[in-house]
Design a protein around this ligand. Sequence first.
Ligand code: XMP
Length: 519
Amino acid sequence: MTHTSHERLLIIDFGSQVTQLIARRLRELQVYCEIHPFNAVTPEFLDEFKPRAVILSGGPASVIDTGSPRPPAEVFTLGVPVLGICYGQQVMMQMLGGRVERGHGTAEFGRAYVKPEGSLPLLAGWFDGGREQVWMSHGDHVSEIAPGFEVYGTSPNAPYAITADVARRFFAVQFHPEVHHTPNGRALLKNFVTLAGFTGDWTMGAYREHAIEAIRAQVGDKRVICALSGGVDSSVAAILIHEAIGEQLTCVFVDHGLMRKGEADEVVGMFRDAYNLPLIHCQEADRFIGALEGVSDPEVKRKTIGRLFIEVFEEQAKVIGGADFLAQGTLYPDVIESVSFSGGPSVTIKSHHNVGGLPERMNMGLVEPLRELFKDEVRALGRELGLPSHFIGRHPFPGPGLAIRCPGEITREKLEILREADAVYIDQIRKHGLYDEIWQAFVALLPVRTVGVMGDGRSYDYACALRAVTSVDGMTADYYPFTHEFLGETATRIINEVKGINRVTYDITSKPPGTIEWE
Ligand code: XMP
């Protein structure tokens, strides 16, 4: 649990795929909330957390099954408003004396329309057009509502689509107000937090002040070291910490020679010159590329880079005489403990490169001032801290850099070709005004040479793949639907301007089944 002075809303997670969206919608309404798995919410937890309201999420289980997840009964005696969504609605009905039944033609998946019955403050702004589109995804349904509840909305397959016990401020909806396919869902959530008395105290200005105080209290007069990657998260974390403790912070930028064109200069120039941040620039391309040359296994590449990164970082920490804390740009999605119904540990798809393991080895504490934030909030905080918007809006870039965009053996020559092609591609995207619509775009240099004809001669050069995806969090993604004109123009430019490439392809794989990066 994070200790925050803000008004708090508790989201109890029953394992829905979209629980995080509830939190995002609430944060957009300037309400601070945390997601906790149902089995971690004990009466003692509730006592300490002191939520001003509770939301029970959806989930894949069936309340009819024995042993299915439940919130503690104390949730209903706290005296605060409770909103049950989908599974949350059913568990609420079941626990408060109603009944839930299975199927029999009443399952609903996808778009449905709800009609009103009477009026309810929770539904202010709803039903102006007579009915509301909502997103349903349920097999079970409530067959009898709990005592004290009344019906306020029905859909063809959910006679209890919206119910409420107004006196106790308990609300239950069968659909998902948090998803985009419930277009007016935001209004419902806004009404809920308004009636719970939230004042909207979660602003980035307030957060900045609160975070600075917290960093000062944690660090005292000790020293902090930060691995600056040039990405948005570590940059915002570094600037915030610098604002809090000034020269007690030292940033280390490890240039592994796997950066994009001009990137190292841009990062060092900005932080050292514009922000006056104490910054060590380690030029370690030879060490990294030397160790990677000839390596083609993706996991060996990642592990080699991770190991060398820690090596360089430790050396630099020694040079500055050690540090008591390590700063990291960890975000809220990384710390949410999600409910796993499979019971087993999740499979490692790729070993992500970060400075994990270092704090224990070097006996350092962690300073993670972004632990409470979603990515879009980090961007808002970056703007609040005065970072230039072109920097804040930059696409994510992986720690292992171009190494994982160069499948097969890495050579200096290939990296150079890749850097040039990537620069042309990104230039094209910017020129066409598409950069901000795309979550991430890059070139992967393929380990194949193909035959071409250029001028009157034969060419035998590399093929490359362009990748561009839309995504909200990098967990799932779809390929970006460029026009044929754009693709054609970009292919021509890359082949004409980049020596070493004579064929361009476009990757149209979504995630899943693909991943965003090629390795
Ligand atoms: P994948 O390829 O797993 O990538 O679909 C999802 C997002 O994570 C980024 N990524 C990384 N970021 N260290 C990072 O800091 C890594 O090792 C790493 N690997 C992938 C990737 O660029 C995408 O945004």
